[in-house]
Write a protein that binds this ligand. Sequence first.
Ligand code: F0G
Length: 458
Amino acid sequence: MPYRTIIEPFRIHTVQAIDLPTLPQRREAIERAGYNLFGLHADEVIIDLLTDSGTGAMSSRQWAGMMVGDESYAGSRSYFRFRDVIQDITGFSEVIPTHQGRAAEKILFTTVVTEGQVVPNNTHFDTTRANVEYQNAEARDLVIAEGRDPAAEHPFKGNMDVEALIDLVEDVGRDKVPVVMVTVTNNSGGGQPVSMANLRAVRDVCDTYDIPLFLDACRFAENAWFIKQREKGYADRTPKEIAQEMFSLADGATMSAKKDGLSNIGGFLAMNDEALAQECRNLLILTEGFPTYGGLAGYDLEAIAQGLTEVLQEEYLQYRIRSTAYLADKVGAAGVPIVRPPGGHAVYLDAKEFLPHIPAHQYPAQSLAVELYLEGGVRGVEIGSVMFGKPQADGSELPAPMELVRLAVPRRTYTQSHIDYVGEVVIAVAERSDDMRGYRILEQAPWLRHFTATFEPL
Ligand code: F0G
């Protein structure tokens, strides 16, 4: 189209009202929640950018699919549709449905990882890391140096440092590395993509040492779009062809269908190794359900099958990636520090730059996230030392490499004016950042503490 504006490639069919809590109401709510945004009632939030996971709008075709869902316990028709769509995109012969991504992780790592082993990833997502650590194994992040520098411009900041991967395997020995994971796009590192060339290089290392390679494929379609836009030789390929090539380089994948499955729940574990799949299915039956539904309803399987088809449409991906970049452009133009270039599903505010007067152990990104809520009812999520700080034996804490607030954009949910409003809120907070203070943790859980910790302002 000859116009500058990329329009939403859909029209609205059903709407949900948004409550508009006042500033005193927001103040009361955040105090009650112990300054943890996960503790808010969703009705206390105006624009919810906590996550892009399961929060998107389904299409009329997905809802229609739900009406033909087959709820048979074993051999459901909906399972075969789900399996066929996933086999077509991924090429993996074994397709195991799970109720969401972390269930696939739990089953995979319980099956392949043992105590004392090391799992490399470009950057582990929090549940992925926790599931590795739960096996008493180590989760090692090996993203390239640019991926750890918010201001560095690089087209594929999610790439894995291939030399570091080789060094790791040489150092600990092949037998200590049961699987290599690559997360596309690299969520905890700013939603940054991984190039096909990098995936191929990681594949070569895995071939050399005979280690299986699994993709954490939650946002595989967004990654495919970035490859189409940024990597030489892919401009004329369809997102589906690119996705197929990405998966062809791996031995398996874990997937949360709550992201690029365009669904509100669901996930899967897929692979080529039949014997391993059998072991995984045995565990699936114990924890999720029979292998043809795996913790999902038949109608969920239909919604996911249809979602995985829609997510690879070019008009959708163009709108999707552009709407995230639009928010980044808006706040970036006002001088607000963000991870550059913007990620696929989210804009990441750089709280270290934003609040240089708040040290890491006083959680600058938590402070910024709370302030965005107080200012405009915008809920983002801290991805910094609250989420990834490592408590040390002496009671101190090793800070996370970056202090970020992620503003994740739910798929097909908010319009341009919602995003304009978010931009205005971020800019208003930026103008009074000098007055903001840090936080102290009052209570915390032994793992994944960010979900339930409570805080006190300093
Ligand atoms: N891997 C990545 C890269 C993720 O982003 C997530 C979830 C998971 C695995 C786990 O999937 O939630 O279905 O169990 N990310 C969400 C987020 C929660 O907000 O980024 P799940």
